[in-house]
Design a protein around this ligand. Sequence first.
Ligand SMILES: [Zn+2]
Length: 81
Amino acid sequence: MGEKLTWRDRLTNLRMALGREPTLAEKLECASIHRMTPDEIEEQRLSFVRAFTARCEHGVLDFEQCPNCRGRAALAREEGR
Ligand SMILES: [Zn+2]
């Protein structure tokens, strides 16, 4: 539990162990064992917050409040049937 390796540290270690740039498959394998550090968790949380506070394509801050977005979501549900 005392692991404090960041994702960047892990990639650096992997790169050094291999002596080359890891392939995508190797990075994915590494990612599957990676536990995010508190900083990374916070960073991810903030990026979610940014994603959810971005304006929709109609310039409405909260897409839940945008009649166009809501209308489109309702339409998508209809078509999904
Ligand atoms: Zn919208």
